[in-house]
Design a protein around this ligand. Sequence first.
Ligand SMILES: Cc1cc2nc3c(=O)[nH]c(=O)nc-3n(C[C@H](O)[C@H](O)[C@H](O)COP(=O)(O)OP(=O)(O)OC[C@H]3O[C@@H](n4cnc5c(N)ncnc54)[C@H](O)[C@@H]3O)c2cc1C
Length: 420
Amino acid sequence: MKNSKKIAIVGGGAGGFFTALRCALVAKQKNINATITIFEASTSFLRKVRISGGGRCNVTHHIFEPRELISNYPRGQRELLSPFMQFQAQDTVNWFEKRGISLKHEADGRMFPTTNSSETIINCFLKEAEKLKITLKTKQNVKSLKQLDNQQISLYINDDKSYVADAVMIATGSAPGGYRLAKNLGHTITDLAPSLFTFKIDHPLLKEMAGTSFEKSKFELRIDGSKKAFKQEGPALITHWGLSGPAVLKLSAWAAREMKATKHKAKLIVNWTATKNNNEAEEIILKLKTNYSKSKIANALPDKITKKFWLSILDFLKIDADKQWANLSKKETLSLSNLLHQTEFDILGKSRFKEEFVECGGINLKEINFKTMQSKICPNLYFSGEVMDIDGITGGFNFQNAWTSGWIAGNNMLTPSDLS
Ligand SMILES: Cc1cc2nc3c(=O)[nH]c(=O)nc-3n(C[C@H](O)[C@H](O)[C@H](O)COP(=O)(O)OP(=O)(O)OC[C@H]3O[C@@H](n4cnc5c(N)ncnc54)[C@H](O)[C@@H]3O)c2cc1C
């Protein structure tokens, strides 16, 4: 056995476990005598993995091309390209496959264990950790870190313990204490803001429409003081408190910082049937008027919207739903097409998305070497997962960031390179 190494992982979540497992395997393969310990503040490991994806764990996304994969990260896009060249979604699938766990993908690309249970992932990690003799410790709140003269790092745990390690991983997710650990060692933390939230809207058109979904609508977010245009096309859902669904969540992620600046107030323009322009929307209405002139307006409606929502539109515009299409006035035609093409809503605030929530912001990416995940400021210190200023849109991308950064750090923590 070669010289002995002590590796400390702060945080027993996705990034922490993946780092520990990879590091232990590398140690075994290289015949390095390593003691790898995960220090977890809470009473259990992998809490977010357990509740993720509605208890099914959306492990990754079915995009196996690194350049395409990075386009799903509002923050960290550029920096993740080289890490994804080392370990990407296909490698995640292979990693689990090798350990007897198959992942399946759904029509929208999200990948889950075929068991549809996050326990499958947790059990796999715990079993692997046992096999590789990783020391697992709960109720170990790492309160501070100190770089020693010999470049080892001392961990101060709870209020009465310390531990000296050759290399330390900070994988504390979005816990404020984790950011503090990094800050105290000289790192900067970028502006923190919630991401992946739904929009609170109070509008008569949406009243009693909860559950109504749209397959492919277009959305534009206009935020005071922001020159950036935020646009998305995709599925959406009316909820009891406003609007949700993949397109809305993506908008919230891309505009996370700008929305925080306005206390999550903005204007949202919705193009319900994804028409190219107002004329196309008007043509839809005129076609209905011609083809269904004898039918009640209530009974012949544009494709892609539900009858319930159509009735709500008519009610909102005060158009008599029982009259015949032939009797629709020019003014009514215009107001209908205008509403279909661009309904304007005031977003009053954010609501939490029940299935996924991430923090935008974290350790400044300029301070991390993405070839190794080592800090450029503090030797022998590494980062993985959400503690970095990286976040993805909904769909498994946030875990993929944790797996990739953990895997790379695990490869490098036993033999740290120079700071660069
Ligand atoms: C409800 C919910 C559902 C989600 N679903 C999905 C999904 O399906 N797919 C997806 O890709 N992403 C999902 N996410 C996001 C995903 O869970 C996170 O991006 C991911 O868990 C980040 O991993 P991490 O290791 O960085 O942090 P975490 O998984 O949060 O782990 C950090 C760990 O560090 C511990 N810790 C913190 N501070 C200290 C300290 N000082 N000392 C010791 N330990 C400490 C914490 O207790 C925690 O266990 C979801 C998030 C939520 C909240």
